[in-house]
Structure formats: structure tokens, C-alpha cells
Design a protein. Sequence first.
Length: 291
Amino acid sequence: HKAKQEKNSVELYRREVNDVYLRNYRIEQLLRGAVSQNELYMQYQPQVDRRGHLIGVEALLRWQSPEMGFIPPDQFIAIAESSGLMPLLGEFVINRTLQEMRSLQDQLDQSFSVAINISVRQLMQANFASLLTQQVTAGGFQPQQIVLEITENLFIEDMNNVSKVVIDLRNRGFNISLDDFGTGYSSLSVLQKLPIDELKVDKSFVDYIDRDEKARKMIKNIIAIGKNYGMSVLAEGVESEHQMRMLQNFGCDYFQGYWFARPLAVEDLRRYVLQNNKQFNDAKPFNASQP
Ligand code: C2E
Ligand code: MG
Ligand code: MG
Ligand code: MG
């Protein structure tokens, strides 16, 4: 009986592996046409300071496939990386983001920073730093207004070459943010060797902030590291007021998460910014009355 059960579960496992394999294979095939067939688009998630005022957005890639429905980036970015499609997607992300954020900031007559996720394969393209600088300036932004989110796992690949590119980008004025900090295989020496402006506390720590003393300690440590190295700290995945208050008490500088806003299409972001300004201005008469 037991042997039969085991055999069944092995079968089930085999079938699941096979399903994942087939699905990934199909994703790779479809991804090739996704750019030209206009299936990709961007959403932008607000980032706020300790007073709740908008300071920037993170650009997040979206894919609505006619055949497979909505596929989250967690599922297709890795496939794009391994199949050589990442440079193509990366180009799309950079072009579309610059275009949409330039026209929105012009429309609102307001500037805020724009964070773009950069993957290893993108970063290692020939002349990435100088090409990006050209694109950004041609798109009407200065590198100082752009945040490049990189993950620590980037450095296991090719520490020396990756470091050179990151240093080059930083010298050109880009802000460097270390995404998903604490979840990867980095060593703290990365922080010592590289010019990093911001640490992002990963959602997986924030998720447990009100339940798990270890998660709390981890967050406090990340914030302390950030402060000691003169970096700012942004927490992602903030979903409740309680989480936000705790992060504030720990000294976190910036916040991003569903509690403030979900990733938004550009038109919804426009409305969000107007609303956010209004809130902020309504609170102002208090200051305005002071000489
Ligand atoms: P990430 O850079 O850490 O992005 C944050 C993720 O957390 C986003 O998921 C965002 O929608 C989600 N998130 C933010 N706040 C909350 C919250 O309060 N609750 C919950 N449940 N989730 C929240 P998304 O958009 O699915 O992206 C997943 C990952 O895919 C990103 O993680 C990033 O590593 C990658 N990715 C997304 N867009 C791009 C891109 O344009 N280029 C590259 N290279 N990677 C990208
Ligand atoms: Mg990110
Ligand atoms: Mg992140
Ligand atoms: Mg994350």
C-alpha cells in the first residue's frame, strides 16, 4: 500500500516537473513575440517619505499574454535572462519608463525619482553605462533622477566586472539601490567596496515584522547598516499601518507597499500624485502660518 502511495507521489512529482518545464518552454517561445506584439507594459509603484509624501516610483514590468493570461515578472524575468531575451525586455523597460515618466512629470510640473530594476545580463551588455546615460539624457532626465535597483546576487556572477559597471554608473550620477537586501548570497564587503545609495528591505522581512522577533532584529540591523554607511533605507511590501509605524520607529527613511499604493498604470499614478499633493498641501497651513 505504502509502495503504491510512494509510486503515485513520484508520478505526481514527475508530472509537476514536466508541467513546469513545458510551461517555461512555452513562456520562452511566447516571450520572443511579446515585445513586438505589444503585450508588455509598465506599472509604477509610489515610494513615500516618513510624512507620506511621494518621493519616487518603482517601474515594474507587466506581461499580459493572449494565450497564457497575466504572467508575473517573477516567472518570466529569469526565463528572459537564461534565453538571451533580457536585453530586449530591458530596452523596452527603459524606453517606455522614460517616455511615460517624462510626459507625466511635465504634465504635473513635478519631478520625482524613477527606480528601474536592472538585471545582470543587462548590466553586462557592452557599453551599458554610456548607452544608458545617452538614453536617459535624450529622454529628458538627468542620471541623478534615476535609481538603478540591482540585487546582491548580481555579484556572485562576476564580482569584478559587475563592480566596475556599477562604479561607472554611480560616477555618471545614477543612484544605486540594493534590492531584496539580506535575502541573497551577498557578503557585507559589497557595501564596503561599492557606492550604494540605498538599501531596500525585502518584503519577506516586512511580512513578519509584527510576528517574528528575528525578522524585527533583521530589519533593525539592515537599518543600522544603512545608517552606518550613510545609505538611505527603503522598506518594500508595507501592507499595513502597523508595519509602517514599526518601520518608522526603527528609523526607516522611505516606504513602498500596498498600504500606500499598488503598482499603477500611468493614468492612475497621475491621480495618485494629485491626491498625494492635495493631502500634503492640506496639512501645510500649519507651517504656512509660521513666519
Ligand atoms: P522587486 O524589484 O523586489 O519588486 C517589488 C515587488 O513587490 C513587485 O512585484 C511589487 O508589485 C511587489 N509589492 C510591492 N509592494 C507590495 C505589497 O505591499 N504587497 C505585496 N504582496 N507585494 C508588493 P512584481 O511587480 O511582481 O515584481 C517581482 C519582481 O520581478 C521584482 O521584484 C523584480 O525583481 C522583477 N522585476 C519586475 N519588473 C522588472 C523589470 O522591469 N526589470 C527587471 N530586471 N526585473 C523586474
Ligand atoms: Mg525592485
Ligand atoms: Mg525589491
Ligand atoms: Mg523583493
